[in-house]
Design a protein around this ligand. Structure first.
Ligand SMILES: [Zn+2]
Length: 193
């Protein structure tokens, strides 16, 4: 993932506060070990996080963020590992960014009777076409609308509904054609990223 939720896309390790600037002036960060990723797993490669991360990295992100709220739950983590495997295998094209995989996973966690509301606070919502930031409009208390902040297309289409459709389609493909509408909540903390 990118932005404030960024982590190492290979291992899921957290990233250093300190920035290292490459020859193009990009601020890169070093993966650092913690209770979830051992020192021996790190290869020293600098990163800014990535739009697509490994299955292992997403599982580490899940375990770490879950434990902000709740005690360790080995049964849940085993299930999430299986669900992530199915989602990553099924994801194609615009479904493959972490944002879409994570939202489809949120729906699966909820469907299987685990708490899932906390998950949406740990994914940045970005334009599914260009991965740029979103600009939000609230027409009334029930209708949130998001355009691409950089206007990457001329149609000004609502990106939130595109994100929801991509995640719903991915869910359907990964879980035996069972349809489950994925909805980004109106009070979504992820829109702050
Ligand atoms: Zn865009």
């Amino acid at each position: 993932m990118i932005g404030t939720t960024a982590f190492c896309p290979k291992t899921g390790a957290q990233l250093s506060e300190q920035r290292h600037y490459d020859e193009r002036g990009r601020p890169l960060r070093a993966p650092v070990p913690d209770a979830f990723v051992d020192e021996t797993e790190l290869d020293g490669e600098l990163t800014t996080g990535a739009i697509r991360s490994s299955r292992k990295a997403l599982l580490v992100h899940f375990r770490r963020t879950h434990q902000f709220y709740r005690p360790e739950n080995a049964e849940l983590y085993r299930n999430v590992a299986l669900w992530l495997r199915r989602l990553k295998q099924a994801a194609n094209g615009q479904q493959s960014p972490d944002m879409i995989v994570w939202l489809a996973l949120t729906a699966r966690v909820r469907q299987e009777q685990y708490e899932a509301e906390w998950m949406v606070g740990h994914v940045p919502l970005r334009c599914p076409r260009c991965h740029g930031r979103l600009a939000y409009d609230q027409f009334d208390s029930n209708t949130l609308y998001a355009q691409c902040a950089t206007n990457c297309s001329v149609d000004h289409a609502d990106r939130l509904s595109e994100i929801e459709d991509l995640a719903s389609d991915l869910y359907e493909q990964a879980f035996d054609h069972e349809r489950k509408e994925v909805e980004v909540p109106e009070s979504c903390p992820a829109k702050l990223y």
